[in-house]
Ligand binder design. Structure first.
Ligand SMILES: Cc1cc2nc3c(=O)[nH]c(=O)nc-3n(C[C@H](O)[C@H](O)[C@H](O)COP(=O)(O)OP(=O)(O)OC[C@H]3O[C@@H](n4cnc5c(N)ncnc54)[C@H](O)[C@@H]3O)c2cc1C
Length: 434
C-alpha cells in the first residue's frame, strides 16, 4: 500500500474533432498536475480532422497534418490506447474494447476492459445508407481516413487506366456522388480541381464527369437557400451535373439506379447522403438513442440515463433551444462541446461538480469549392447572416481548421506546422499520385 489517493479516471472514446481537443485540454489542465488520469481510446493510430477527408480522397491533403495519437498523448499528458469500443457495463463502470488484429487476421492486442469514473463518448458518425441496395458493395464512403485513402487510390488507378486506354476510345472518367450536402458538394469541386493538376502532370486527355444526385430539390438542404444558390452557380460553372429531386433506389457495378428508371453510369460511386450514429450505440447498456442512433444527451451533454457518461459531437443528440431539431453534426459544434466539457470535467475532478450547459453558437457555414473558391454565410443565427465569398471566405474557412490545430498543438506549434507546410508545398507534388 502506497497510501496514495487513486486518481479520478476520465476515459474519452473517439479522438476526432471533439475528442482529441478534449483529451489534449484535460491532459494539459489535469493530467500534467496529476489531478486526474486521462485516457483516450481510438480505433486508429492517427488523427486527421474529418472536414479534410475530401482533400484526402482527392489526393490534395498535406500528410504532415496527420497526428500520431501516441506522440500527442506524450506531449499533452494523457494516455492513448488503441482499440475499438464495442460494449459497456454501467454497474461496473467499464468499457469493452475489441481485439486489434492485423489485415491478415493476426491478433496484436487482445480484448480489453477499461474502468472509468467519468466516460465521454465521442465516436462520430457513419454514413446512413437508408437500406438502398448495392450501396455497401459498390460505393465508396468518406467516413474515415482509411476510406478516404482508399478512394484516393481508386481515383489514381482509374485515372491511369483511363489514360492508357486505346487512343481511339473516348477517355472519360465518370464519378457519381450521392448526396448534395457539404461533403458531396466539396468533394465534387475538389475532384475537378485536382483534374487540372493531373493534366499538368501529363494525364491530360481525360474528360472527368462529376454528377451529384440527391432526393432533395436543392443543394445543401441543411443550409440557407441563398448559400445553396451561390454554390449552385459555382458548380454549374465548374461543369458539375446536378440531378436533384431524384431518389436513388439501387447501386450496381455499372452505376446508380434512380426511381424514375434512369441509370447514371459511373466508374466511381460515392455515398455521402446523410449520417447516423454507429449501430453499436443502440445497444449500450440501456443508454437512450434517437431514431438515427445518436446518444440522447441533456443540455449539459450528460446522457439521459447516466450522469457519469457524457456524449458529444456527431454521435450525440443535444437539444438546440429555440429550434425544432438537435445541434447539427458539425466540427464547430464538436469544438465548442469540447470546450464546455473540459470545464465541466475539471469541476468534477476538483470537487465542485458544477455541470455547464452547452448552447450551440452557429457562427455560420462555409463551403470550400476547390482551392480557389469558398462561399458561405457568417455569424449564422447570432447576428443574422453576412454572405461572404472569395479570399475572405477562404481565409475564414481555413481559420476553422487553425482553431482545431491551436486547440491541439497550441499557437507556437500550429505556426510552425503552417510554415513547414508552406515550404513543403514549394518542393513537393501538389497531389498524391500513388
Ligand atoms: C468531407 C467532410 C467535410 C466536412 N466539412 C465540414 C465543415 O466544413 N464544417 C463543419 O463544421 N463540419 C464539417 N464536416 C463534419 C465534421 O467533420 C464532423 O461534424 C466532426 O468531425 C464531428 O466530430 P466528432 O468528434 O463527433 O467525430 P469525428 O471527428 O468523426 O471523430 C470520431 C473519432 O472516433 C473514432 N471512433 C469511431 N468509432 C470508434 C470506436 N468504436 N472505438 C474507438 N474509437 C472510435 C474515430 O476513429 C474518430 O477518430 C465535414 C465532414 C466530412 C466527412
Amino acid at each position: 500500500m502506497t497510501g496514495e489517493k487513486e486518481l479520478h479516471k476520465i476515459v474519452i472514446v473517439g479522438g476526432g474533432a471533439g475528442g482529441l481537443e478534449l483529451a489534449s485540454s484535460l491532459g494539459r489542465q489535469l493530467g500534467r498536475k496529476k489531478q486526474a488520469e486521462i485516457t483516450l481510446v481510438d480505433a486508429s493510430y492517427t488523427h486527421i480532422w474529418k472536414p479534410l477527408l475530401h482533400e484526402v480522397a482527392a489526393g490534395s491533403f498535406a500528410e504532415a497534418d496527420e497526428i500520431e495519437y501516441l506522440a500527442q498523448a506524450h506531449r499533452c499528458h494523457f494516455q492513448f490506447r488503441l482499440g475499438r469500443m464495442e460494449g459497456l457495463d454501467r454497474d461496473n463502470k467499464a468499457i469493452f474494447v475489441s481485439p486489434t488484429v492485423t489485415k491478415s487476421g493476426d491478433e496484436i492486442i487482445p480484448k480489453r476492459v477499461f474502468n472509468y469514473d467519468t466516460l465521454v463518448i465521442s465516436v462520430g458518425s457513419v454514413s446512413n445508407i437508408f437500406n438502398v441496395s448495392g450501396v455497401n458493395e459498390h460505393c465508396l464512403f468518406l467516413d474515415t481516413p482509411y476510406q478516404a485513402y482508399r478512394f484516393q487510390k481508386r481515383l489514381v488507378e482509374r485515372y491511369i487506366r483511363t489514360h492508357t486506354k486505346d487512343q481511339s476510345k473516348n477517355k472519360c472518367l465518370s464519378i457519381a456522388i450521392i448526396g448534395a450536402g457539404a461533403t458531396g458538394v466539396e468533394l465534387s469541386a475538389e475532384l475537378l480541381d485536382v483534374k487540372k493538376q493531373f493534366s499538368m502532370y501529363g494525364l491530360d486527355d481525360i474528360t472527368v464527369k462529376v454528377t451529384i444526385i440527391d432526393t432533395a430539390a436543392r443543394l445543401l438542404p441543411a443550409l440557407s437557400e441563398k448559400l445553396a444558390l451561390a454554390v449552385h452557380k459555382q458548380l454549374h460553372k465548374l461543369g458539375v451535373e446536378l440531378k436533384l429531386g431524384q431518389q436513388v433506389v439501387g447501386v450496381t457495378e455499372k452505376g446508380v439506379r434512380l426511381k424514375n428508371g434512369d441509370i447514371v453510369l459511373a466508374d466511381i460511386k460515392v455515398w455521402a447522403a446523410g449520417i447516423k450514429g454507429p449501430d453499436w450505440l443502440a445497444d449500450l447498456d440501456g443508454l437512450e438513442v434517437n431514431r438515427i442512433n445518436q446518444l440522447v444527451v441533456k443540455q449539459t451533454l450528460e446522457t439521459t440515463e447516466d450522469g457519469d457518461i457524457f456524449a458529444m459531437g456527431d454521435c450525440a443528440a443535444c437539444p438546440w433551444p429555440g429550434h425544432d431539431r438537435t445541434v447539427p453534426p458539425r466540427a464547430q459544434a464538436a469544438h465548442q462541446q469540447a470546450i464546455t466539457l473540459a470545464k465541466t470535467l475539471t469541476n468534477r475532478v476538483q470537487g465542485t461538480h458544477e455541470t455547464i450547459a452547452y448552447i450551440y453558437r452557429d457562427y455560420g457555414s462555409l463551403v470550400a469549392l476547390g482551392r480557389h473558391s469558398t462561399v458561405g454565410s457568417l455569424m449564422g443565427n447570432l447576428m443574422g447572416s453576412v454572405s461572404v465569398g472569395g479570399v475572405i471566405a477562404r481565409l475564414v474557412y481555413l481559420s476553422l481548421y487553425k482553431m482545431h490545430q491551436i486547440a491541439i498543438h497550441g499557437y507556437f506549434r500550429t505556426a510552425m506546422l503552417t510554415l513547414s507546410n508552406l515550404f513543403r508545398r514549394s518542393t513537393h507534388a501538389r497531389i498524391k499520385m500513388h
